[in-house]
Write a protein that binds this ligand. Structure first.
Ligand SMILES: [Mg+2]
Length: 153
C-alpha cells in the first residue's frame, strides 16, 4: 500500500509548547476531491457565478456511495479562488467570484439539493488529498511522466 504522511497539529496544550503528531494518511483516510463543472454538474459554457448545471447523476451517485462508505469527499473547484486569476487573464467573469463566501453558498446549496449534504468546498490541494476526479485531469504513471490513459504522449 502506498503511504502518505502529514503533520497535523492537534491542539494539545502543553504549556508554551505546541504538540504535533505525524498522522498516517492511507488510501482509506484521506479525502477525495471532486471537481464541479463538467464533473459533478453539467457544464456547457459560463452562465454566471450563480448558475451551476444539472447534476451528472452517475458522478453524483458515486459520491453518495462514497459518503455512505464513510469517505471524506470534498468539492474541488476554482470557483472559490476569488476570481483574481480570471481577471488577470482579462476574463471579466472573474469579478463574479470575488465574494468567495457568496460563491461558496451557491455551491453548498447545489450540493445540499442534489447530494443531500453540504460537502467542504476548496480550490486547494493538500497532503490529505488521495484522489482527484476532474474532467481536465490527465493521469500520469508515477515517476515516469507517461500518460496512464494510453493516448499519444
Ligand atoms: Mg471541470
Amino acid at each position: 500500500m502506498r503511504r502518505f504522511f502529514r503533520e497535523t497539529p492537534i491542539g494539545i496544550s502543553a504549556g508554551p509548547r505546541t504538540t504535533s503528531l505525524l498522522m498516517e494518511i492511507t488510501m482509506d483516510n484521506g479525502w477525495i476531491g471532486v471537481d464541479l463543472d463538467g464533473t459533478l454538474a453539467h457544464y456547457d459554457g459560463f452562465k454566471g457565478a450563480q448558475h451551476i448545471g444539472d447534476p451528472v447523476w452517475p458522478m453524483v451517485n458515486r459520491v453518495k456511495r462514497w459518503l455512505t462508505d464513510g469517505r471524506d469527499v470534498r468539492i474541488f473547484t476554482a470557483r472559490v479562488d476569488g476570481g483574481t486569476v480570471a481577471l488577470n487573464m482579462d476574463n471579466e467573469a472573474g469579478a463574479q467570484f470575488a465574494e468567495v463566501a457568496k460563491v461558496r453558498g451557491y455551491i453548498e446549496a447545489w450540493c445540499l439539493e442534489y447530494i443531500g449534504v453540504i460537502l467542504p468546498v476548496t480550490c486547494q490541494k493538500d497532503y490529505g488529498m488521495i484522489e482527484l476526479w476532474d474532467d481536465r485531469c490527465v493521469q500520469i504513471i508515477p515517476n515516469t511522466g507517461r500518460r496512464a490513459d494510453g493516448r499519444p504522449e
